[in-house]
Structures are given as C-alpha cells and as structure tokens.
Design a protein around this ligand. Structure first.
Ligand code: GDP
Length: 465
C-alpha cells in the first residue's frame, strides 16, 4: 500500500451546496495548494504558516482566478491522517469543485480511493481498525442510537474492551511459554486453575459481546419488522401507508433521498426495516403452503411482528388464528396484532375482539390501512417496543458482522484451550490455541490484518473520507 503519494478528493457530497471542501493529504498537500494559491497580501506562503490556521485567498490557474477560498492547514503527525493536510473550502459550484480537483491533480496530487484518508489514518496508527469502521458507521448513521453506538466505538470503547481481554491472555501465554523454556524441570508458572477461571471469564465477556450483535444489527440496519397475515388482509396497503408517510415527512427536508433505504422508516430516532417486502408487493396467487412457509421464515428474522387480521372475520376465527401465531413468538420478539379494515366492520364487532386479545396480553390495535385509521397509534407502539431493547448506557454493542465472526472464532479457540487444559496437553499446544484466540481478537482492531481485508473494509467508505 503506497502512502508516499499525496491524495486529493472532494470531501463534501456530490452536487451543489453553499460551500464544498476539497481535501489533500500527504507530504506535498500544503505545497501543492501553495503553488496555485494567491493571498491578498501576495507574499503569503501557505508552507510558511503554522499548523491549524486558516487562510483566505484565491486559487489561480495561470492568470485565471477559479475561486476565492479558505485553506485550512494541518501538519504531520497531528492530523486526521497523520500526514500533512490542506482543506480547501470553496464555493459549492460543481464547476469550481471539478476545476480545483483537476488543478490539484495537475500539480501532482492523485485522486483518492474510497476510504483512503481513513486507511492512511489507520496505517499511521491514528486509530485502529474497529475505530476506522466506526467512522464509516457514524457517517452512515441515520438514527440517534446508531450514531451513539458508532460514536462510542469510534472513541475506542470496543477497542479498549478487546485490548483488556487480549492483555490478560497475553500475560498467561507468556507464562506458559516460559514453562517451555524450562521443559526439563517440570515447573508450572501459569497456574492451570487460574487459567481456567480466566478463560471462563473471558468467554463470558465474548458471549456477551457476540450476543449483542443481533441488537447491534438492528441498530445499524434498522429494527427488523415482519408484516404477516393471510392474503388480502391489507399487508401491502399497510406497508405502503407506513412508507409513504415516511416519504412525505422526509421529502420536506430538501435534498434527502430515500432510494437506498426503500423499505426503512424512521420514527423518533429509531429505524425500522421491513423484511422481505418484495414478496409482499407481489400480487401473485401464491400457493397457500408456500405463503405460510414464507411467513414463518419472516417471523423468525423479525424483532417485531405485525400480524394482520381482517376485522370482518368472526371473533372466534380471529382469536384462534392469533393464538396460533402467538405461540410462534419467542421471548425476544414482540407481537402487535392489527385488526385491519375496521372501517368495513361494526365497532360492536371489533371492540370485543380487541378487549379479548388485550386481556390475553396481546397488544392489539384496530386499524384501517386504507384510510389511515390508528396508524399513528401503531407508529407510537412501534417506537415504544423498539425503544425497550435500545441501550441506555455506554455498553459496547457489536454492530459489525466482521467483528461478530472474529468473536465467534475467538470463542472456538478458547473452548479448545479449555479442552486442552482438561486433557492435560503440552504447554506447546496450549500456547498455540491461546495465541490463536489472541490473533482473532487482534483481527478486530487490526493488529492482525492483511491487504485484502483492508482493501475490502475501506472500499466501502465514501470517497473523500
Ligand atoms: P395483502 O394481500 O395482505 O397484501 O392485502 P392488500 O394490501 O393487497 O389489500 C387487499 C385489498 O384490501 C385491497 O383492495 C385493499 O385496498 C383493501 N384494503 C386493505 N386495507 C384495507 C382497509 O383498512 N380497509 C378497507 N376498506 N380496505 C382495505
């Protein structure tokens, strides 16, 4: 990985804005800008200026002034990347941005790849890998909880926890490896009972972290919600209503697009993601048995299940159906029953159904997906149920599948260690297993990494970060 070059990218979103920022990082960052920068006093040279200062002037291409700009200067090693950085704030015209970019490239800068600034920060030891990933999560966060969890990880909450675990293991393995040096003398520096106790306590920590992933995933990608019920009860109508209300709210905020998170809604700082909505919108004559299978599969993946019944059905039919579904719900899941098409049914018919279900502790709302009746109440309930799981404190939550996999591998290695101790295996093999666990933990923070993994992680960043 070549970090000798100076890289450049537009750091602000594509398109027009009030201002745009073009960022350069590398040895020549400041001098490249300097070569096309003219200050009011003419004689001012950026390279002669102190770090962490801002300078007003023009960027010129020969005799032509492209724009009046502000240039911020950061000097190695005290910058985001650990290298020299110049940030040029220009007017937000697309033409200006493009011309400045081209000019800087002509002066010797290279176009940055996605995530290359942060990659350099990692390679220069400014942050570890999990912190770098947290920065991408932070930028992508669209809910308050996702922001908070990413922020905590970026500030090293997760890294510190892992460093603690790694250190404890390292201490022990070095004692065991010391025993190897005294192999003939049958000494035991590392007390095996203590080692077992340590591994068990580390396993407990790892398990706690690994099990937080399901919640972490819900925080990052949205709380998974399944909409289920028999054909024609109004599932797609409900989905469209929820999504359209979201679109109506969001489109009031100029410049936001929802294209990428099509089936996600945002309510009170939480994101909800509807599962398998493609199937919902298909109005095919699905064979019932396939439909049921698909519904069960959806329920399994969900944290919240919206179960729709038709308000026109007989009370007993509805109660039976809901009973069946309620049995499939696990402790970590939540069920909301919607007695839909209430507009088509008599309130004398609907009210007893609702009362009966509520008496059975099943959260039930009478809705009309078509006319919007009680949809607000449903949204409130979604928020209430979604909030229950959300972390209040600064607990470490695993949100990244790469981290999750590394934790699972760590767990496997530690279980091997326990087995090894139990079977009295030699120090040599014991130390190999412990080292393996240590390496898996190190993969998360990037103590152990390779170019392929790094390439994969940083390619998912935006350009300019
Ligand atoms: P799905 O098969 O469960 O997805 O059901 P749809 O959403 O396709 O709805 C089936 C039919 O019921 C459509 O004609 C909808 O317009 C209608 N529908 C859905 N919800 C309501 C409602 O709350 N009230 C009334 N009157 N009709 C509804």
């Amino acid at each position: 990985m070549n970090t000798d070059t100076t890289i450049v990218a537009i750091a602000t979103p594509p398109g027009m804005g009030a201002i745009a920022v073009i960022r350069l990082s590398g040895n020549l960052a400041i001098s490249i800008v300097d070569s096309v920068f003219v200050s009011n006093s003419k004689s001012k040279k950026l390279s002669k200026q102190k770090a962490y200062t801002i300078h007003y002037g023009s960027i010129v291409d020969g005799n032509r002034v492209i724009d009046d700009v502000l240039v911020s200067i950061f000097k190695a090693p005290h910058s985001y990347t650990g290298e020299n950085i110049a940030e040029v704030s220009c007017h937000g015209s697309v033409v200006i941005q493009q011309q400045l970019l081209e000019l800087f490239v002509r002066q010797g800068a290279q176009m940055a790849k996605p995530g290359e600034f942060t990659l350099r920060a990692f390679l220069n030891g400014k942050l570890d890998l999990s912190q770098a990933e947290a920065i991408a999560d932070l930028i992508a966060s669209t809910s308050e909880t996702a922001r908070r969890v990413a922020m905590h990880q970026m500030r090293g909450g997760f890294s510190n926890k892992l460093a603690e675990l790694r250190e404890q293991l390292l201490k022990f393995t070095s004692l065991i490896e010391l025993e190897l040096d005294f192999a003939d003398e049958d000494v035991e520096f590392a007390n095996r009972n203590e080692l077992v106790a340590l591994i068990n306590s580390i396993l407990a920590e790892i398990n706690k972290l690994a099990s937080s992933f399901s919640l972490g995933n819900a925080i990052k990608s949205g709380i998974p919600v399944a909409i289920v019920g028999k054909p024609n009860v109004g599932k797609s109508t409900l989905l469209n209503r929820l999504l359209n209300e979201e679109k109506a709210i969001v489109s009031e905020i100029a410049g936001t697009t929802r294209d990428t998170i099509e089936d996600t809604i945002h309510l009170n700082g939480l994101n909800f993601r509807f599962i398998d909505t493609a199937g919902l919108r298909q109005t095919t004559n699905e064979i019932e048995s396939i439909g049921v299978k698909r519904a069960l599969n959806k329920i399994e993946q969900a944290r919240i299940i919206l179960y729709l019944v038709d308000a026109q059905e007989e009370k007993e039919t509805i109660l039976n159906e809901v009973n069946k579904i309620a049995k499939k719900i696990t402790d970590s899941q939540k069920l909301i029953v919607l007695v839909n098409k209430e507009d088509k049914s008599d309130s004398n018919h609907v009210a007893p159904v609702i009362d009966e279900l509520n008496a059975r502790n099943i959260l039930t709302i009478a809705t009309s997906a078509k006319f919007g009746q009680n949809i607000e109440e449903l949204q409130q309930k979604l928020v209430e149920l979604g909030k229950v799981d959300m972390p209040e404190n600064e607990d470490v939550i695993v949100t990244n599948v790469r981290h999750y996999n590394a934790l699972i591998n760590t767990r496997k290695s530690l279980e091997e260690v326990l087995k090894g101790i139990h079977n009295n295996i030699s120090e040599e093999f014991l130390s190999i297993d412990i080292r393996e666990a240590i390496n898996y933990l190190g993969e998360i923070t990037g103590e152990i990494s390779n170019e392929e993994v790094l390439g994969f992680i940083f390619s998912k960043f935006c350009i300019g970060k």
